[in-house]
Design a protein around this ligand. Structure first.
Ligand code: GDP
Length: 513
């Protein structure tokens, strides 16, 4: 893995910001996107848009660019984020000036905060006589969104998507925010990208709109996208024009995949097609596992525990001929994952010797004999040192065993399924020393006995369990979104109004590789 080298500071060049527009239904997300896009068309930049792809770039007067993700709604945003795709740099929250903050506006605010993505508020429909932009600002204040005029640092811009008023003001605000973020990526490396949308096109086969995040994607690159693989046959930019390359923050349609990937899937460039198929097959397996255990709602599992270091599975390999040695070492390398990999300490042709045993003994490695056996010295040394010999004459029998052993080595997979999220509205004493919290359930549900994380300003303050759950004076088993309830949290008294509670189920699953 060379990711540290390929993204070294000195290789980074500034890249356009990637913007997602969110807000309540009918507040004008689509109109605003269309208006911005239309403005770009008028400047001649986007001559001849023949199709609609899920992301596009708009050029500014100074030739700088902004990439808009046209996937309105926070579901898409959160769904992508749940899959590890943090593609959005800036969220534009659209609020209709005549309607104010609505449930989906508040959800969008919460999702944006949870993602730690900066926000710009577009107060839309300013052309309407009943527009009350100041009221919108005051309502935002109740959700801790403080606009600049009120002493905060959130930019707000009054616009009319309908009359195309002050679109420049919005684009300027985005540019200012982008400058603050100092967005950079190395364009001169193998591309990494995220699928924004994908479909099966009758004439062209699987088509994926991807957003390049790092590096430059090129025609001819061998790619793995989610569980699909292929070779980039052609790329089309957001104007439907064929391009040979796409750098950071550039959205392109990619042709040449063997299957249709899903939004949020990661695109990786690999060295050859055999490797691509292999990675794709592995990912398909992971995907199948995930599908069977997906929580009822697709909330992000941003705090889900991830193995930070790779477990190594050491091995010594001896075989009858050099060709077998190479084939075995290759096969073993292939079944390695980010979490666990086979480390061949030594490989060679000929009988298993005492020196092989000494090496294996020092690391607990088994010794693989492929059409070879240990000599007498090796045999006695192995007995003394409790080194295991394993004999094979078919490579996949060996790899099957290794896969099983590695899965066992990893132990069961601990999976956290977030089932609900609530906000602490008030805290009051319970008994002599405990505190109870009054909650508003924002998403999903809360159940007695479940695990929970208490976060304050997106920082985890404690891990706890719901030890008591009440509505009014009654004990209840669960409380769903939109309802208020009271809880006692085990082993913590550090609770404050405004804290967020994330409730999750924990599942242990046996691994397979
Ligand atoms: P979305 O559901 O957030 O994508 O909202 P739309 O873009 O579909 O807009 C909903 C309705 O509001 C449509 O009838 C639009 O024509 C109207 N609309 C959007 N922007 C404006 C605006 O700036 N002023 C006025 N008066 N109407 C608008």
């Amino acid at each position: 893995d060379t990711s540290t080298d390929v993204d070294a500071d000195e290789t980074l060049k500034s890249r356009p910001p990637v913007v997602t527009i969110m807000g309540h239904v009918d507040h004008g997300k689509t109109s605003l996107l269309d208006a911005i896009r239309g403005a770009a068309v008028q400047t001649g930049e986007a001559g001849g848009i023949t199709q609609h792809i899920g992301a596009y770039q708009v050029a500014m007067k100074d030739k700088s660019k902004i990439t808009f993700l046209d996937t309105p709604g926070h579901e898409a945003f959160t769904e992508m984020r749940a899959r590890g795709a943090n593609v959005t740099d800036i969220v534009v929250l659209v609020v209709a000036a005549d309607d104010g903050l609505k449930p989906q506006t508040i959800e969008a605010i919460n999702h944006t905060k949870a993602a730690g993505v900066p926000m710009i508020v577009a107060i839309n429909k300013i052309d309407k006589p009943e527009a009350k932009p100041q009221k919108v600002r005051e309502e935002l204040l109740q959700h801790e969104i403080i606009v600049e005029d009120m002493g905060g640092d959130v930019q707000d811009v009054e616009v009319s998507a309908l009359k195309k008023t002050n679109l420049d003001g919005l684009l300027d605000a985005i540019n200012i925010q982008a400058e603050i973020l100092e967005l950079k990526a190395n364009p001169d490396r193998a591309a990494e990208a995220t699928v924004v949308e994908a479909k099966l096109d009758k004439g062209r086969g699987p088509v994926a709109t991807v957003l390049v995040q790092r590096g430059t994607l090129k025609v001819g690159d061998v790619i793995v996208v989610g569980a699909a693989s292929g070779k980039v046959r052609a790329m089309l930019d957001d104007h439907g024009k064929q391009v040979k390359e796409a750098g950071p923050s550039v959205p392109v349609e990619v042709l040449g995949l063997g299957a249709v990937p899903s939004a949020g899937d990661q695109l990786t460039v690999v060295e050859n097609e055999a490797r691509a198929r292999e990675v794709a097959t592995y990912r398909q397996g992971v995907l199948d596992k995930k599908r069977t255990t997906t929580a009822p709602m697709s909330l992000e599992t941003m705090f889900a525990s991830k193995a930070s270091t790779t477990i190594e599975f050491p091995m010594v390999v001896k075989a009858d001929v050099q060709g077998s040695v190479e084939a075995i070492v290759n096969a073993l390398n292939k079944i390695s994952t980010d979490e666990i990999r086979v480390r061949v300490l030594h490989s060679g042709v000929g009988a298993i010797t005492e020196s092989d045993v000494t090496l294996a003994a020092s690391t607990g490695a088994p010794i693989i004999g492929f059409n070879v056996r240990p000599n007498a010295n090796a045999r006695t040394a192995a007995e003394r040192n409790k080194v295991e010999f394993r004999y094979y004459d078919v490579i996949y029998h060996l790899t099957d065993w290794v896969k099983g052993a590695m899965a066992g080595e990893l132990g069961p997979e601990i999976i956290e399924n977030v089932v609900g999220r609530a906000k602490v509205q008030e805290v009051f004493p319970a008994g002599k020393k405990d505190k109870a919290a009054g909650l508003l359930v924002l998403e999903g549900l809360i159940k007695k006995g479940l695990h929970a994380r208490l976060t304050r300003d997106d920082v985890i303050v404690s891990k706890t369990t719901i030890s008591s759950l009440r509505r009014f004076k009654d004990d209840v088993a669960q409380v769903v979104a939109g309802m208020e309830c009271g809880v006692l949290l085990a082993e913590t008294n550090d609770i404050k109004a405004g804290d967020m509670l994330e409730v999750f189920e924990v599942e242990e699953r046996a691994r397979t590789l």
